[in-house]
Write a protein that binds this ligand. Sequence first.
Ligand SMILES: [Zn+2]
Length: 144
Amino acid sequence: MTLQRKGYIARNTSLKPSGPIKRKKAKRKPPPTKTQLRRKCDILHGRIIRAQGYCSRCGRTQNLQRAHIFSRSYRAIEFDDRNCLCLDSACHVYFTHHPVEWEIWVQERIGLETYYELRAKAMTHVVPDYRELLAELTARCATL
Ligand SMILES: [Zn+2]
C-alpha cells in the first residue's frame, strides 16, 4: 500500500512553488447608508426609552417596549423622546387596538401643549441627520 493510499500524502499536491502569495486588496467598507444609521438609532433609542424600567400605564416591569405617540413614519418625531413612552407589550397591544383610548390617555399624560407641538413638528417632515443623532444617542446610552 502506498503512502498516498494510506492517506499520509494528499493526492494532487504539487511540490512546485506556487509563486508569491497573492493577497486580495483590502476593500474599504462603504459608509453606512441612511437606513443602516436609522436602524442603529432605533436600537439605541429603544434602549433609552425602556430604561425607565416600568410600563407608564400599569407599572409592570417585564416585556417593556417603546411606544410611539404619533406613528414613527413621521420621521421628524420618530426619535423625539416626547413622542415615545415606555409600555409593556400588553398595554402596547391594548392601545394599538384602542386608538381613541390611546389618544385620550396620551393627551392627559403629556398635556395638550406638548401633544400639539409634536403634531406640528411631525408635519414639518424634517428628517434628522442620523449620523449626528447616532452620536448623540450613543453618548446618552453610555450614561444609562
Ligand atoms: Zn402596562
